[in-house]
Structures are given as C-alpha cells and as structure tokens.
Design a protein around this ligand. Structure first.
Ligand SMILES: [Zn+2]
Length: 247
C-alpha cells in the first residue's frame, strides 16, 4: 500500500471516462500492471507524455488497499520519437509489444524482458538497421529469456557435434535444436540454415546483451532467420504474430 516508485514502458492503452486512461505498464519488479491515469488526456499536448503507447517513464504509483494502481506522478525518460513518425518502425514495435504483453504477467518480475524490450525499441527507433533482422534477434532472445533454449552445439538426435566446416545446418522445430546431415533426412520438419544464419542464431542466443544488435548479415540470411523465427515463435508462444508492412 502507499506510494511506489517504478520505471516502466506503456505496452497498451485504453480510454476510460472523460480525460482518463487505463495504461498497461511493463515494470521491472511488478511485471505487467494495469494503471489508472486520471486526467491523462489533459496533459500538455506539446510534449509526448508518459501516457503514450511505448513511452518509457519513471512513475510514482499509488497502490490502493484493494491492489489497484493509479498514477500519482510521472516523468518521461524516453518516447522513442522516430517510432511515431515512421509507420514501418511503429508496426514492428507494435508487434513486439504484443508479444511482450502476452508473455508477461502481473507480480512476476520481468527485468530481463524489460531490458530487452527497451534495447529493441531503441534500435528500431534510432538506427537504420534492417527491421526484420532486429525482429528476429528480439524473438531469439525473448525465447531464450523464457527458457526456450534450443540445442545448437550438437545433433539433438545422435549427438554429433556441429563443426566450423559445416556449410549447412538443419533446425528441427519439433525437437528443439539442430540435426546432423544424416538425422535430418528422416525429419520432414527441419528448416535449412546457411552457416551465416546459423552463426547469427548462436550469437543472438549467447552474446552479451549490450552487443546483441551489433552485427549485420546479408538479406538472404535475414530471410532465413525470419522464416525460422516465425515458425519457432508461433510454436513456442502458441500464437501467430505478423508484422504489417507498409513499404
Ligand atoms: Zn544426428
């Protein structure tokens, strides 16, 4: 009860009565929480406010005796301005926030997910990196945080190690990892990956979070990752996600 100070990103908004809004905020310690924002629509229109979708702010929240949150005060930290002026960037950020919404819950701390989310929004907003690549990297890392770590060092079936001189790799969605040349022949569900795409997958699974988006790969490899992640993600999260593309 009382006042709670927390940082958070608005991942959904809904209009309430008059000038009020109900925000869904992802916080590090409280997880995903619904927050009532009285007078949200009256805040100065000259500046993007804390009640905007995808704004990152520091909030002082009031928690009522029956566990409802409302905003006491809020200070914007980052609005990711370019997301608001470019439909494609917004579209990717929106799909990412839907995924985040689906995998988080109230009272389950989510510092790693929030950190990945902010990192991803920053790269989408402030760089000209390929959006499909950013989206794939985000998905790989999100699945890893959620505990879906595919086996990538050796064949899931026979244990044969993957080596540097292999040119192609075969990812089995059904069995959560790579298969060797021989074993993949018996699995109709494998997805073929070039060495470049496979290396990118391993990098995104294991690198330091500060270096997560610090690589480029050719378009062909980006496409391979997109195909893999679309299927892998929908299987693991039990839902289809699709980015609407404008250009
Ligand atoms: Zn094998």
């Amino acid at each position: 009860m009382g006042l709670i100070k927390t940082k958070g990103v608005v991942i959904a908004t809904a209009n309430s009565q008059d000038n009020d809004k109900v925000l869904t905020i992802l916080t590090p310690d409280l997880g995903k929480i619904p927050v009532f924002y009285k007078g949200a629509k009256k805040t100065k229109s000259s500046a993007l406010s804390s009640s905007e979708f995808l704004s990152f702010s520091e909030f002082v929240l009031y928690k009522s005796p029956n566990d409802n949150y409302s905003i006491n005060s809020a200070e914007v930290i980052e609005v990711f301005y370019n997301l608001r002026t470019d439909l494609d960037r917004l579209s990717y950020a929106t799909e990412i926030s839907k995924m985040i919404y689906d995998v988080t819950e109230e009272n389950i701390p989510a510092p790693d997910i929030l950190s990945l989310f902010l990192n991803t929004l920053f790269v989408i907003s402030e760089t000209d990196k390929n959006l499909d690549l950013i989206y794939s990297i985000f998905q790989i890392r999100l699945l890893a945080i959620l505990g879906f770590l595919p086996q990538v060092s050796s064949c899931v079936n026979c244990g044969e190690p993957m080596t540097e001189n292999m040119k192609e790799f075969y990812f089995s969605i059904k069995e959560d990892g790579v298969k060797c040349e021989n074993c993949q022949k018996l699995d109709k569900g494998v997805i073929r990956l070039s060495k470049t795409a496979f290396s990118a997958l391993i990098y995104a699974l294991s690198c330091d979070s500060k270096r997560l988006f610090a690589f480029e790969i050719p378009d062909e490899a980006i496409n391979e990752l997109s195909v893999l992640l679309k299927i892998y993600c929908s299987q693991k999260l039990d839902k289809e996600y699709k980015v609407i593309k404008y250009s």
